[in-house]
Design a protein around this ligand. Structure first.
Ligand code: NAD
Length: 498
């Protein structure tokens, strides 16, 4: 297959890097070069920021009515829908994820997300108005923030990009977005598909290294908000850089999601849930279940059923309909997973499934679904985010111990509780210090459900009305209706006491 050459999208034009340098994009399942993209520079990032600034300040986008922006977002969804299969195939080739997940999960969700925010913006304005007994009127107005710099990762390249683009544009902001260096292709295709729908400068895509392009977005005083989905360490840097002009910072960071399996849980349902949520997208998912707390009464049955189900996962060519698990995104991610497996063994965990590169795959960054039993809380595989297919089982004696251990990580993104007693599952869900907790389920995300973490998993929400609100700032307007000059605050609150 020919190596396709891409350009960046800045101020409505398709451009090369100002340095003329490019970088190769690899299919991680075959290790073949599939495309070539510009290696953007700080100068390119600045041009994109200037274009977004100019577009925002001109009002060409922010002053459109909600109905107008809504209709454009809806048309963006339509154009993505008409090209969904092609985009899914490209995503699968660029990430190594299976075609069936890219086609049946990523793309439908992207389209739904654009439509959700297209509808949501019609419900945004005119939220609060309070009349002070005819003396004055207090109004709350939500306004766009301005220029948004968005930085996205490689595990769901277009899907997470749209989580930022849709609410940012719906709210009237303009945006400069940087895809991860490994996986820029579907976002560039998205920009091509939607370029005629948006005024120039409203959406800009700059490709290149995180510490060049991403840091310029975080540092620039012309950017009003920076939104990152990425690693905790990157989030910390972005927060520091964002303080340059005290821009709003929105962070969706890593996770180390626990599943707490209560003694009355269905072992069949919980093992099924564990397999899907642990190995979905080759475990390159911030909500992936990575630590399973299993009650001692069911431990042996749980492990043997889990291992049996893991044995049915078909690993291989992601473009094949029959494949359940594709490759990891890069050699680096595969090597990192391997290193964690070595550390698990060294620290005394018991490897009960997988743990190797599959022998049948001669090319590609594949790794077997891997399960460790006998894991203890202090082991690195229990504490650190691996972002590769490694699942840890930790046996517990009582529920308090399970909750305490589930909470005992720096992350707070997602968790799940499994059991039949509704009160007990709700009680445990309430005690878990995570931004989203599922009961008898692990991983469901729908456009109207907020997604975002507690603690070092960041702050701010993707998806839902809360995300739309995050891309706005609140302005309070007070209108005097008395015509009097003297108006101390108590006059408005309690009326004239003179
Ligand atoms: P990463 O932090 O290395 O990169 C994320 C993005 O930040 C990329 O575009 C990268 O180029 C950019 N970047 C890297 N260093 C930068 C710097 N110094 N300044 C500015 N930008 C920089 O993360 P990744 O490896 O691409 O993705 C995996 C991570 O993302 C995991 O930790 C995962 O949990 C997290 N993630 C979180 C969510 C969520 O919703 N919470 C979703 C998906 C992934």
């Amino acid at each position: 297959m020919a190596v396709e050459k891409y350009h960046m999208f800045i101020d409505g034009k398709w451009v090369d890097s100002s340095s003329k340098e490019t970088s190769d994009i690899v299919n991680p399942a075959t290790e073949e070069i599939i495309a070539n993209v510009p290696l953007g520079t700080k100068q390119d990032a600045r041009s994109a920021i200037d274009a977004a600034r100019k577009a925002f300040d001109s009002g060409v986008w922010s002053e459109k009515t909600p109905a107008e922006r809504s209709s454009i977002l809806w048309r963006m969804a339509d154009v993505v829908e008409s090209n969904a299969l092609r985009l899914a195939q490209l995503e699968s080739r660029n990430v190594g994820k299976t075609i069936k997940y890219a086609r049946d999960s990523d793309l439908p969700f992207i389209i739904d997300n654009l439509r959700f925010f297209s509808g949501a913006i019609r419900n945004m304005d005119g939220k609060a108005a309070m009349n002070y007994s005819g003396l004055g009127l207090s109004m709350i107005k939500r306004e766009p923030i301005g220029v948004v710099g968005a930085i996205v990762p490689w595990n769901y390249p277009l899907y997470i990009a749209v989580w930022k683009i849709a609410p940012a544009l719906a709210a009237g902001n303009t945006i400069v977005i940087k895809p991860a260096s490994y996986t820029p292709l579907t976002l560039l295709e998205f920009a091509k598909l939607t370029e005629k729908l948006l005024p120039k400068g409203v959406l800009n895509v700059v490709t290149g290294p995180g510490d060049v392009i991403g840091s310029e977005l975080a540092l620039s005083s012309k950017v009003d908000m920076v939104a990152l989905t990425g690693d905790v360490s990157t989030g910390k840097k972005i927060m520091q850089m964002g303080s340059s002009n005290l821009k709003k910072v929105h962070l969706e960071l890593g996770g180390k999601a626990p599943m707490v399996i209560l003694p009355d849980a269905s072992v069949d349902a919980a093992t099924e849930g564990a397999i899907v949520s642990a190995f979905w997208n080759t475990a390159q998912d911030c909500t992936a279940s990575t630590r399973i707390y299993v009650h001692e009464s069911m431990h042996d049955k749980f492990v043997s059923m889990l291992v049996k189900k893991a044995g049915k996962i078909r690993i291989g060519d992601p473009s094949k309909e029959s494949t359940d698990m594709g490759s990891l995104v890069s050699a680096r991610q595969r090597d990192r997973t391997e290193e964690y497996v070595r550390s698990g063994i060294k620290e005394g965990a018991k490897l009960v499934f997988g743990g190797h590169r599959p022998r049948s795959m001669k090319k590609g960054f594949y790794f077997e679904p891997t399960i460790f039993d006998g894991v203890t809380q202090k082991m690195r595989i229990c504490q650190e985010e691996i972002f590769g297919p490694v699942l840890s089982i930790i046996e517990y004696k009582n529920v308090d111990e399970a909750v305490e251990k589930a909470n005992d990580v720096i992350y707070g993104l997602a968790a799940s509780v499994w059991g039949r007693d509704v009160n007990q599952t709700l009680g445990v869900a309430g005690r878990l210090k995570f931004g989203e907790v599922w009961i008898n389920e692990h991983g469901i995300l729908v456009s109207e459900m907020p997604h975002g973490g507690f603690r070092q998993s960041g702050f701010g929400k993707d998806l839902s009305m809360y995300s739309l609100e995050d891309y706005t700032q609140i302005k309070h307007i007070y209108v005097d209706q008395t015509g009097l000059v003297r108006k101390p605050w108590y006059y408005v609150v309690y009326g004239d006491k003179d």
